[in-house]
Design a protein around this ligand. Sequence first.
Ligand SMILES: [Zn+2]
Ligand SMILES: [Zn+2]
Length: 421
Amino acid sequence: MRFCLLAALALPSLLTAEDLKWFKGNTHTHSLWSDGNDFPDMISAWYKDKGYDFLCMSDHNTLNAGEKWVTEASVEKKKIALGPKVLDKYTKKFGANWVQTRTNAKGELEVRLKTLEEYRKKLEEPGKYLLVQAEEVSAGFGKAPIHINAVNLTEAIQPKKDLQTIRETMRANLQMIAEQAVKTGRPILAHINHPNFKWALTADDLAHVIEDRFFEIYNGHPGIYYGGDPARADSQHERIWDIANSIRIAELKQPPLLGVGTDDSHNYHGGATTPGRGWVMVHAVKLDANTLVEAMQRGDFYASTGVSLNDVSFDKTTRTVRLKIQGQPGVKYRTEFRGTLKNYDRAVKEVDAPAADPRPKRLQHGADIGKLLASSDSLEPSYTLTGDELYVRAIVISDQPMANPPQPDHVQKAWSQPMGW
Ligand SMILES: [Zn+2]
Ligand SMILES: [Zn+2]
């Protein structure tokens, strides 16, 4: 018998794999509601035009709700020098009747930001495009930013900062998000963002804060260092994921972290943090916020920067991971199956961190964590677990650069979730 990913057993019993569709979405986006440089309705229209099925607008410490006016000058300050003005573009796209302006006491033109409830009426289409209320709960400990995206919120969450430790600060904010899910009866997805932003979070932080279930394996912001830094031990995102998952499964007897791909876009008129770089493909029965979040909580999704999969599955009987890659003409794919064996070297070494780090020492873990178990050039690669693995995950790496990479060496990839644990 064949099961779809980790927890197909949790699906209602009459549901089959044929009932499920793949939905493309970005869970990390900024607008003028915080530090993004375009109107939220413009950004939502951009994602819709690009074929996304859903978008979560996740401004810092605010929902897209309530009344907020921005001055034309403050909007224009955020645009790049070339091209039409931000307000002109907005008016051209939606018409003068949609754009609400006023003149303040200083004689400046102000523009009201539309709330999600307003602009969803204009842009959503049942089964085709969905907007989901979200927030980047932006806490911190000293100079270490602790940013957690909360998806499917109904009320804004004010971050708790500088508790006893980095991990306690992470926990307290995750706890508030979990409490809102209980209170509202709606599933809420929380993902820890960009661990390498200002080198704030390590693999050990992500392992031991077991309240967290998701982290960004990929984030399109150029300042997040997916590839890590050779001067900082175990700082590559792939290493962070494998170390955290090995500790969770082997030592803490906890489920592994699941990996999301996101944009973290801020710039929509050129610039460094543009949209369309990282996303998730969620396997769900319908395009609905609760359904999508529940599918992700079951692990029924993958992360991508360009590679599409027709299927990813784990057969519990034969303990086999199978992928079906949606091959594009002339493109070569290599799939790596990575995992950690049960007898891995658990010794850790304390090594110095560069002076600018939030902590003076970092931990260096054994080289056999997240080792390459097998690789394949097939469009239908598979891996059968021997029984020695704590888990296995697949990374499909194409020979094509990303369309708009934040770093020149970033190629199109897809990441499965850890399986077989
Ligand atoms: Zn952030
Ligand atoms: Zn962000």
